[in-house]
Write a protein that binds this ligand. Structure first.
Ligand SMILES: [Zn+2]
Length: 77
């Protein structure tokens, strides 16, 4: 099972709640360490693995940057 995690905002995507929730980086590191350990002993371990992912706050930040850049281009800067 894949876990989607945004390390920039320390948030995890919850399948249960279908939204991003605050989640500790230390816990993610523990899960990664545990997964590495499992993989080293079982080649077909497909338990939990963490995927770096952009959360909704990242998307909102990118939209703000894109908007301000578009505005600067319109004003000829
Ligand atoms: Zn984010």
């Amino acid at each position: 099972m894949a876990l989607y995690y945004c390390s920039l905002h320390t948030r995890l995507f919850s399948r249960r709640w279908q939204r991003w929730v605050p989640f500790s980086q230390a816990t993610i590191n523990e899960i990664c360490g545990y997964y590495d350990l499992l993989r080293s002993t079982h080649k077909d371990a497909s338990l939990l693995y963490v995927i770096a992912w952009a959360c909704d706050q990242c998307a909102a930040t990118l939209q703000t940057i894109a908007r301000s850049q578009a505005r600067q281009q319109e004003s000829g800067e």
